[in-house]
Design a protein around this ligand. Structure first.
Ligand code: GTP
Ligand code: MG
Length: 470
């Protein structure tokens, strides 16, 4: 057991709310809870209660000498719960005080706890203790954080799946397969009379190829995983007056951007995040792209072009109520290698843009949707198209293993490299004892996902990104 001092923090949000929780963890937590908590009859009972029981009473500041005046020292009416080691989140003795959720009252209780000799916890320190005490592996601790920060349904699902241990289980299974081979090679080298390596290389080759393709699939899910977690960076572009800002407003569901019939209304970029079918879109509205002498507008156009470069998705808005012109073509020339959906906007008006010449200039792989921001036409299709374009409707099952963490992806890539080296050695007909080092490296890389042999600095860095009180 990782032995350290006793820590405390406010575990709930720092805004006035119904209930607030102050969490204390460490060997002195029950003593501290005992000294601060009184039952309605004024008794300090916490030291003698069973673990995992909840008690009603009061938190009393600066324990008075004469017991009869204790009521004058009440800070709040609370429920208090004791969870003895090791059956607690941190694996240590833990006391949680459930008080009224006013910021001031929570702070007063926390001060009383700290005055009793407890140290204020660092961000993520409870979870770090849970990890160091073996209550959960590192990938699950990371899932806790991802879950708290989930911005959309899919991000939530994937962190719950990771928290349930789906990733850890898969990694453990792969490790077991790898260590079995190491053990087999070692024992056959020790005892060649009884354990034969005849035909072994071929069998190993087949097995490692299968493991490599599983790992490839896992690392391949990272692109989607990142989009799930962070949202799809989407930029709306088109010539002035095409209806870009109107589209942003329609998607956001409120009048965020200024819309006028004057070409060149939007000058600066405007960003909003929306949730759509369970995923997040980080949408940027940009200045209409055209050749202009207006300095401010010119800067806006430059920014628009920059945003195209870094976007995951480009929504290219065309005003079909007017002829296509050089400005439309200028936008199109920027879109090679991009995921693009072309919106034939103002479809409520009669179509002037020539559809044939339009199709001839649009990128081949682009989706095309007729829209009108006046009567919301095409908006559902657009949402569906985005989902299909990025996730091919795959993300239905909450058990699907999606890698969302770059640390995990890198560890998987290292595993893959080590396994490839073994495959190379087999192809080069190297003797079996050559395989062990690379197999062990693959084993170690996988272990790092769960926090084995990761150095202290990395552990500190991971947990420092957690919230206060978690
Ligand atoms: N009839 C019709 N008018 C639209 C539609 N979408 C936008 N408009 C009108 O087109 C004009 C320009 O709309 P904006 O959304 O400001 O266009 P924009 O592309 O942001 O223009 P800039 O910011 O100047 O680049 C406004 O008068 C809108 O009301 C549409 O689908 N149908
Ligand atoms: Mg605009």
């Amino acid at each position: 057991m990782y032995q350290v001092d006793t820590i405390a923090a406010i575990a709930t949000g720092m805004t006035d709310s119904g209930i607030g929780i102050i969490r204390i963890s460490g060997k002195d937590s029950v003593d501290v809870g005992n000294s601060l908590f009184c039952t309605p009859s004024g008794n300090h009972i916490l030291k003698n209660v069973d673990s995992h029981t909840l008690h009603y009473g009061f938190i009393v500041d600066k324990l008075p000498q004469e017991p009869c005046v204790w009521k004058d020292y009440i800070i709040d009416e609370v429920m208090i719960v004791v969870m003895k080691a090791p059956r607690s989140y941190t694996g240590e003795d833990t006391v949680e005080i459930q008080c009224h959720g006013g910021v001031l009252v929570m702070q007063k209780i926390l001060s009383a706890v700290l005055d009793a000799g407890v140290r204020l916890a660092e961000p993520g320190e409870f979870s770090k203790r849970a990890f160091l005490n073996g209550r959960m592996d590192l990938s699950r601790a990371e899932a806790v954080m991802d879950l708290i920060h989930s911005q959309n349904e899919y991000a939530l699902q994937s962190s719950v799946s990771q928290l349930k241990g789906n990733l850890s289980e898969k990694v453990r299974d792969l490790r077991e397969q790898i260590i079995y081979e190491v053990a087999f090679i070692e024992s056959s080298l020790d005892d060649p009379e009884h354990i034969s390596l005849e035909g072994y290389s071929e069998r190993l080759y087949e097995k490692l190829t299968a493991i490599c393709s599983i790992i490839e699939k896992m690392t391949g899910s990272f692109e989607n995983g990142k989009l799930i977690k962070e949202g799809i960076n989407t930029v709306i572009v088109g010539k002035p007056n095409a209806g870009k800002s109107s589209l942003l407003n329609t998607l956001v569901g409120e009048e965020r951007a200024i819309v006028t019939d004057i070409a060149g209304t939007t000058r600066d970029i405007l960003q909003e995040t929306i949730r759509l079918h369970g995923i997040s879109l980080n949408i940027t509205d940009t200045a209409g792209i055209r050749n202009t002498d207006d300095i401010v507008e010119k800067l806006g156009v430059e920014k628009a072009l920059e945003h195209i470069k870094s976007a995951d998705l480009v929504l290219f808005v065309i005003d079909t109520s007017v002829e296509l012109d050089e400005n439309d073509k200028a936008v199109i020339s920027m879109l090679s290698d991009k995921k693009v959906i072309v919106l034939l906007n103002k479809s409520d008006l009669s179509m002037v843009a020539d559809e044939k010449s339009l199709k001839s200039i649009i990128p081949d792989n682009a989706g095309i949707i007729r829209t009108s921001t006046v009567d919301n036409k095409g908006i559902d299709e657009l949402e569906e198209a985005i989902k299909n374009m990025f996730f091919q409707g795959q993300l239905r099952s909450s058990n699907e293993l999606v890698i969302t963490n770059i640390r995990h992806k890198e560890a998987l890539q290292e595993t893959y490299q080590s396994l490839k080296l073994v495959l190379n050695s087999i192809e080069a007909a190297m003797p079996e004892d050559f395989y062990s080092i690379d197999l062990m490296n693959a084993y170690a890389s996988l272990g790092r996902i769960m926090g084995e042999e990761v150095d202290d600095d990395l552990v500190d860095e991971i947990f420092s990104k957690f919230c206060m009180g978690k």
